[in-house]
Write a protein that binds this ligand. Structure first.
Ligand code: C5P
Length: 403
């Protein structure tokens, strides 16, 4: 298995019965050529011995900040930076809560906070603990930090209750890591420009015209592209969220004209541009520099002017070696509108979603897309999380052949 050969993996083991399965995980990883450094929480040692894990990994297990008898200090920072992937398996409710809230009271969570590596957590706990609102909230929080949750399987639990909560099998965790490392190479060397979020068009210093875009889809694409090794610049309209991947360059913009200027300054160097932003169609020509007063003035007439079409502008400048991808959010005549946009804006591919589909569109965590290619193919996908949709979009981009 070459996907994992030479990779540095920190495996954090916490105190759950599934800890016994980590011996198999360490064995699989080491056999495939990875270097594995095990960190155990004090409670984990009640479930599996450090001797087993240090023997299998070929490295002393770390559990405390110091080795008691020698006073040797273990650097959580060095460990965090050494890791190519940081895996917490099993992840108990308590460790997930600590990770979600930055409670660094042991070597494992301290190293987690110090790492720049991609983090995976494989929760394992009893059925009711798994369903508890605090656990669900902590998992959502961790996902928002970019932690990949390896969902627990359903089955018989240590309590003999049956339900969701069993740590995923070591083989599946191994496959997840293998997929991650395989994909992390596919966009290496590619430079990517992504627009996301809405734009805001000022009416006066306190009011604006905008739309409901939250930037979720574009940020998910930026995250996934960065994970695959692309050098990503995200031109981001005014939204609350930020990508968690440290490698993404963000250019914050407000108006369509600012977004266009930012895109034009970098498009020359981009191999791929994905236009995910919901650019406002109009801006206000008679914008006021002072707040328009309600009391005395007559009802203001807003004079609107058309905003530049950023995708179409880049489409005109596009070189044969560049790929330009657009989005189409439609409410009717979806397929023909999307095809028309692809032609008009000189796109290589267009991702269509329909507001008629439940779970698609602004602000949702899910999306349902159809991808139209220049060759006339229409690929329909089922409703998926926006992260999964981002992966589908990047897979489709990777399949585009240059003319
Ligand atoms: O024409 P329409 O707004 O439906 O086109 C949507 C696609 O064009 C999206 O990819 C969007 O990001 C892009 N677009 C743009 N600049 C505009 C309007 C749309 O880049 N002014």
């Amino acid at each position: 298995m070459d996907c994992i050969r030479g990779k540095h993996i920190v495996l954090g083991i916490t105190g759950g019965i599934a800890a016994y399965k980590t011996a198999t995980l360490v064995r699989l990883l080491v056999k495939a050529g990875a270097e594995v450094q095990v960190i155990m929480t004090p409670n984990a040692k009640e479930f599996i011995t450090p001797v087993t894990l240090s023997t299998l990994s070929g490295k002393p297990v770390i559990s405390e900040f110091f080795t008691a008898n020698t006073g040797q200090w273990h650097s959580h920072v060095d460990l965090g930076l050494w890791a190519d992937a940081f895996v917490v398996a099993p992840a108990t409710a308590s460790t997930l809560a600590k990770m979600a809230n930055g409670v660094a009271d042991n070597m494992l969570v301290t190293s987690y906070l110090s790492t720049r590596a991609t983090v995976f957590a494989a929760p394992a706990m009893d059925f009711d603990m798994m369903q508890h609102p605090s656990t669900l909230r902590n998992i959502e929080q961790l996902k928002s930090y970019g932690v990949n949750i390896i969902e627990p399987a359903e089955g018989e639990l240590a309590s003999h209750l049956v339900g969701k909560g069993r740590m995923e099998e070591p083989e599946k965790i191994f496959d997840t890591l293998c997929d991650f490392f395989s994909r992390s190479q596919t966009m290496k060397g590619k430079t990517m420009l992504i627009t996301a979020g809405p734009t805001r068009e000022k009416i006066d210093p306190v009011r604006y015209i905008s739309n409901y875009s939250t930037g979720k889809m574009g940020i998910a694409i930026a995250e996934e592209a960065a994970k695959r090794g692309a050098e990503v610049t995200l031109v981001l309209g005014p939204v609350d969220r930020r990508p968690s991947h440290a490698g993404i360059t963000i250019i914050d913009v407000e108006s369509a004209n600012e977004m266009l200027a930012a895109c034009e300054s970098i498009f020359d160097h981009a191999d791929i541009a994905v236009m995910c932003a919901a650019v406002a169609d109009y801006s206000v020509a008679n914008r006021e520099d002072r707040k328009i007063k309600r009391e005395k003035s007559a009802i203001p007439n807003l004079e609107l002017v058309k905003n530049p079409d950023i995708a179409a502008t880049l489409g005109r400048a596009k070189q044969p070696n560049q790929i330009l991808v657009g989005f189409a959010l439609e409410t009717d005549n979806e397929a023909s509108n999307a095809a028309d946009k692809m032609e008009r804006k000189n796109l290589d591919m267009i991702v269509m979603n329909s507001l008629r589909d439940k779970g698609a569109g602004f602000g949702t965590d899910t999306n349902k897309i159809t991808i139209f290619t220049k060759e006339g193919d229409a690929i329909r996908y089922p409703l998926k999380s926006k992260n999964e949709v981002a992966a589908d979009i990047l897979d489709a981009i990777s399949n585009i052949k240059h003319e």
